[in-house]
Design a protein around this ligand. Structure first.
Ligand code: DGT
Ligand code: CA
Ligand code: CA
Ligand code: ZN
Length: 583
């Protein structure tokens, strides 16, 4: 079991315990453990495999009993407590408690009085008007439950950040058309650049708050108004995305931005620190505990300064050590968009791209890049018109000629001869050694057999790395957000092998991939493996996706020095040459 599997078992244990009416501290301890496990950069499985029980000691937030459960899960692949609780409480109840307006207490009472076991049962009972008859419920709450069930069912969809970005831009423009908004921002996980968002949180600094609320709920894409108040409202859009808004006074905008950017865990830690300093943090500002006087709040920087900290970038606010790092003056100098010197994963019309080599190169030069690697697919990827040996050899000639032309025109730009070589099921590479030796840089990726068992997949990729030909492993886990889960692979082992061979790992910037993810970036840094932030552009407009890769790298605490393609051309070529001499 990987960290997320363990975390989700802990979350379910917490929910199930709460449904059973267990003591709240017990519930909380499992919920906290889930958050800690979810946020760990290292794989518990790998730690345990390497160092046994001792390696799991000293992880903040993991006590003796949760450690015991983790070891049980790592050893047996299951958890007896979880199984026991599921046998006692119907698993469908885990969905029921998520319905808005229903907590575990109400859900338990519905289960007891009406025999409700799952979402469908709940929906049926509400539709029949059975719930309004129960004590503690009424017609209004029954209607709310019905809406909540529908919302939950439609919310199964995953919303990528890039989807939310479209909504954020249009909504902000729409709101600003109605007069009187001095400042507007999207906060929450969106501002922290998480790859997907649960909902979108909009903050608007304005004078006439009720009229902003009115305009907010009138947005054309709104399917349903969940709530409408004087300063806050929530809607669900036709797509199923929930959008929350808060109207704020200008003098509190920074404090509200800080508060609603979260994460919750970051804010809890920050508030604790404030408390120790005799200060109180809220969405309205920083106040003195003693006399309640207002100290800061207009700008976010002021909030951090008031609690004695430098500004912490939203991407870092996950309570993964950023507050300690800020205190000790060792916050990373995070990667910037302008640090990127070139793109090392680019397709052209030769395989499945929609723009020619010339068009892609032209667009890359416009971005100020020094280099671009043309990485069309190899023959195994037939649907993408992968190149066989003859075709790639002739493409190399075309690239040589193209580079000659650039040189004559005194352009400081070079196209690197490359390929996105398929890593076949048996771990061999889909081009001959002759071809591989001729390439300037080799990207290799898995495009088939995603359902392999973990050992098999790890072995497959490690075998490919051991050929010594791979400069970069492309989209290392194969995930497609909301569509395909990452395949099972022991990332730490792959990275350790990559380190030995000087192989970098890609952070594929496609907003549906973001693969490596933020935790993998942390792991790469820890293991000393370079990351290549590439776009996998299939058209010139995809170059802009680099932004997503850069912000994901920031979430993973990466700096310029950790990034292969933040190297200037000469330095990149040196790295590639050295690697080739070592093989
Ligand atoms: P999401 O929407 O699930 O992707 O994640 P967030 O982080 O956007 O979470 P959300 O939308 O529930 O709330 C946005 C931020 O507002 C959250 O990161 C922290 C803050 N916040 C919201 N409600 C509360 C609350 O009840 N207590 C605390 N401490 N913070 C809250
Ligand atoms: Ca949110
Ligand atoms: Ca929200
Ligand atoms: Zn690919």
């Amino acid at each position: 079991m990987e960290n997320p599997d363990i975390a989700s078992v802990f979350l379910e244990i917490a929910d199930l315990l709460e449904l059973k009416g267990a003591e709240i501290f017990r519930v909380r301890s499992y919920r906290n453990a889930a958050v800690v496990v979810e946020g760990l950069p290292e794989s518990l499985k790998a730690l345990y495999a390497q160092g046994g029980e001792a390696a799991l000691k000293g992880i903040p937030g993991i006590g003796e009993s949760t450690r015991g459960r983790i070891i049980e899960m790592l050893q047996t692949g299951g958890c007896a407590l979880h199984a026991e609780l599921l046998a006692e409480v119907s698993p469908g109840m885990l969905d029921v408690i998520k319905v808005s307006g229903l907590g575990p207490k109400k859900a338990a009472s519905l289960h007891e009085k009406l025999g409700i076991k799952d979402l469908n049962g709940l929906e049926e009972a509400a539709a029949k008007g059975l719930i309004r008859e129960l004590p503690g419920f009424g017609k209004v709450s029954e209607e709310k439950i019905l809406r909540g069930v529908k919302e939950l069912k439609s919310r199964a969809r995953v919303f990528t950040r890039s989807y939310a970005a479209h909504v954020a831009v249009s909504y902000a423009a729409y709101l600003k058309e109605g007069a009187g908004i001095s400042d507007i921002a999207a906060a929450g996980s969106f501002r922290r650049w998480k790859e997907t968002v649960g909902d979108l949180d909009i903050l608007a600094a304005c004078q006439d708050q009720p009229s902003v609320m009115e305009r907010f709920v009138q947005y054309p894409d709104v399917k349903e108004v969940l709530s409408k108040g004087g300063t806050k409202s929530s809607v669900v859009l036709k797509s199923g995305l929930q959008v929350d808004i808060r109207a704020i006074e200008k003098k509190s905008f920074g404090a509200a931005l800080q508060y609603f950017t979260g994460s919750k865990a970051h804010n809890v830690a920050l508030r604790e620190r404030a408390k120790k300093m005799g200060l109180k943090l809220s969405e309205y500002g920083v106040f003195s505990e003693k006399d309640g006087s207002w100290l800061a709040g207009e700008k976010e920087e002021d909030v951090y300064a008031a609690v004695g900290l430098p500004y912490i970038a939203p991407e870092l606010r996950e309570n993964r050590g950023e507050i300690e790092a800020a205190l000790e003056g060792r916050l990373p100098a995070l990667l910037k968009r302008s640090d990127i010197r070139g793109d090392l994963h680019v397709h052209t019309t030769e395989s499945d791209g929609t723009n020619s080599l010339e068009e892609m190169a032209e667009a890359a030069m416009k971005l100020g890049y020094e280099y671009m690697a043309v990485t069309d697919h190899s023959k195994a990827v037939g649907i993408a018109r992968g190149l066989d040996e003859a075709r790639i050899l002739s493409q190399m000639n075309v690239i040589d000629e193209f580079n000659e032309r650039l040189k004559r025109q005194k352009k400081k730009f070079i196209v690197l001869k490359s390929s996105e070589v398929d890593i076949r099921a048996d771990g061999t590479l889909d081009h001959s050694e002759t071809v591989l030796r001729k390439l300037d840089i080799v990207v290799a990726s898995v495009h088939s057999g995603f359902n392999m068992k973990e050992e098999e997949m790890t072995g497959r990729v490690i075998k490919a790395v051991r050929t010594g030909f791979i400069d970069i492993i492309g989209h290392p886990t194969g995930r497609l957000l909301g569509e395909r889960e990452p395949f099972h692979m022991d990332m730490a082992s792959v990275m350790d092998e990559a380190k030995k061979y000087g192989t970098a790992l890609e952070l594929n910037s496609s907003p549906e991939r973001l693969d490596l993810n933020d935790s993998h970036c942390m792991l790469a840094k820890e293991r000393g493996v370079l990351v290549a932030v590439s776009t996998d552009a299939h058209s010139t407009r995809h170059f802009g996706n680099i932004e997503y890769g850069v912000h994901t790298a920031m979430r993973g605490w990466l700096e310029k020095k950790d990034i292969l393609n933040a190297r200037p051309l000469a330095s990149l070529l040196r790295i590639l040459k050295k690697r080739r001499q070592g093989r």
